[in-house]
Design a protein around this ligand. Sequence first.
Ligand SMILES: C[S@@+](CC[C@H](N)C(=O)[O-])C[C@H]1O[C@@H](n2cnc3c(N)ncnc32)[C@H](O)[C@@H]1O
Ligand SMILES: [Zn+2]
Length: 166
Amino acid sequence: MAGKKTAGPSPEQSREMIEFRDSGIHGMGGFARCEIKRGEKLIEYVGEKITKAEAALRIEADNRFIFTLDDETDVDGDVEWNPARFLNHSCEPNAVAEIIRGRIWVRALRRIRPGEEITYNYSYGFDGHEEHPCLCGSGKCVGYMVAEEFFPKVRRKRRKQAMAKA
Ligand SMILES: C[S@@+](CC[C@H](N)C(=O)[O-])C[C@H]1O[C@@H](n2cnc3c(N)ncnc32)[C@H](O)[C@@H]1O
Ligand SMILES: [Zn+2]
């Protein structure tokens, strides 16, 4: 609509802010090309909107790009027009993925310097966390890609396992 305020950067503007290349965390990652201000929207996570049932089938078939949109719908970001699919998880992220008016935006949590890898917490649940080991390398890494609310639970479990082995 003419004159309508854009909700965030266009795909072209996102490409100007983020370079996608090999990451030390895993596979490809996204890296800041310029200084990014705290709170700035960086990129939209786009893809195919699918039902929960369809998402479950695709996850079963090893799709790692499913993003929960709401109680009924997920987004399958495994499409070539979604470069945000390359952003990796970190236990100490510099960005966050937020749902704003039905769209998924990755936004800076703090100032990000050129060359820094842009990461967010994938916010996975506790159940089955052992299937998602984390290699983020941050000092706060809990060893698994889980939401921050589960960090204490994962740490307790790991302590117990270490004590049982000793
Ligand atoms: C949305 S993709 C991210 C892009 C991925 N680097 C790639 O090249 O396809 C999600 C997958 O990347 C991997 N990944 C992302 N962050 C990770 C991390 N902190 N530790 C280990 N693997 C990670 C996991 O295999 C995860 O299922
Ligand atoms: Zn980690």
